[in-house]
Design a protein around this ligand. Structure first.
Ligand code: CTP
Ligand code: CA
Length: 227
């Protein structure tokens, strides 16, 4: 079992986790993307398997090997991620949105490669908003008692932004971390505060992404026991 875990406390639970970062195609060779590695989402998947859960991992562009014991669904864009998450959420006990979802996508996909021409101005690429998957899952609650967990990487006013975001999204838990040199993107370690809708705040010291994952499952499992 994972570090510090004494029993399979997620046995019988269906856990849905999104991981990685969406890519929004502009033309056949280009996309709008982000720096999410997917490592935190994969750590969540591994630890959930270790704690006895049935795990559906919906991954976007991570290139990481499938974690043993998890059902893996591959997607590319935010729209595809939304489809896959809503489908899996239908019978999920908890949905964790660890993926970095592009807020915008190019309004139009150019079927041929966009070419530059001498003497022409730089093109402006119109964008449109992507759906907010976390807010939608939290508002819908496909199953009574379903828990919804979000992630937020912030650079400024980390806690204040996190508290406001937790309310805006309507989720039960929001894992907030500060984007920094050694932390978050691509790194093996993370440091965060888990904010809960009931006002409790759980700091997680700098350490492996598995440790943060286990703290999330501790909080989730504690809430299941209260139900
Ligand atoms: N998220 C989502 N769908 C989106 C954008 C974000 O489901 N279109 C989820 C992410 O997976 C994450 C959480 O919402 O769990 C917070 O993402 P974040 O980008 O911090 O939130 P935003 O509302 O997009 O706020 P910001 O303007 O700060 O980017
Ligand atoms: Ca965003």
């Amino acid at each position: 079992l994972a570090r510090g875990v004494t029993g399979p406390d997620l046995a019988g639970r269906h856990v849905v986790i999104s991981a990685g970062g969406t890519r929004e195609p502009l033309d056949p060779v280009r996309y709008l993307g982000n720096r999410s590695s997917g490592k935190q989402g994969y750590a969540l998947a591994r630890t959930a398997v270790a704690r006895g859960a049935r795990v559906t991992l919906i991954e976007a562009n991570t290139g990481l090997p499938d974690p043993a014991g998890a059902d893996v669904v591959r997607v590319g864009t935010a729209v595809q991620l939304r489809e896959a998450v809503l489908k899996a959420a239908a019978d999920a006990d908890v949905v964790v949105m660890a993926a970095a979802v592009a807020d915008f996508r190019p309004a139009e996909y150019a079927p041929g490669k966009i070419k530059k021409k001498d003497g022409e101005e730089a093109p402006v690429v119109p964008l449109v908003r992507n759906p907010d998957i976390l807010a939608e899952v939290a508002a819908e609650r496909a199953r009574p008692g379903q828990l919804v967990v979000g992630f937020a990487a912030e650079t400024d006013d980390v806690l204040a932004n996190g508290r406001a975001k937790l309310r805006r999204k309507g989720c039960d838990l929001l894992v907030v971390n500060e984007v920094g040199e050694r932390k978050t993107f691509g790194s093996e370690e993370n440091e965060a505060v888990v904010l809960a809708a009931d006002g409790t705040e759980t700091p997680v010291p700098y350490g492996p992404k598995e440790a943060l994952a286990d703290t999330v499952w501790d909080l989730v499992s504690g809430r299941f026991q209260e139900m």
